[in-house]
Unconditional design. Sequence first.
Length: 141
Amino acid sequence: METRDILSGAKSFHKIYNQIIQTAAARHHLSLMDADIILFLYNNPDYDTAKDISYFRMLAKSGVSASVESLTGLGYLESHEDTADRRKIHLKLTDAAAPVARDLKRTQEDFFERLNRGISEEERQMFSDLLRRMMDNLKQT
């Protein structure tokens, strides 16, 4: 596989995924960043701080902070201080966010079903293993 194919494929994947999630977010009058945060918290309940979101989703801290503030104002997020470290703020989706989160999750699942159409479980596992090894190679430098 050529370098340009890898880079072009990654860029296309990201662009199409964002377009699909953006469309779902728009149904709920939310931004793509808002949708990313809702999906992240819905999919990763053990990682519940703005720092976690910024780190794992590779999003700007300022954008995450603004979106957290907006989602809190909409009643979709609530926050509470960590009992051991008051500087750490935990985020939690509210009941009001549940229908939005389920819709976004369904959209995300539909995207991945479409992406994996015609690809066997063995092929998916092989690709996952190769990608993991490539990422390990990058981390070693």
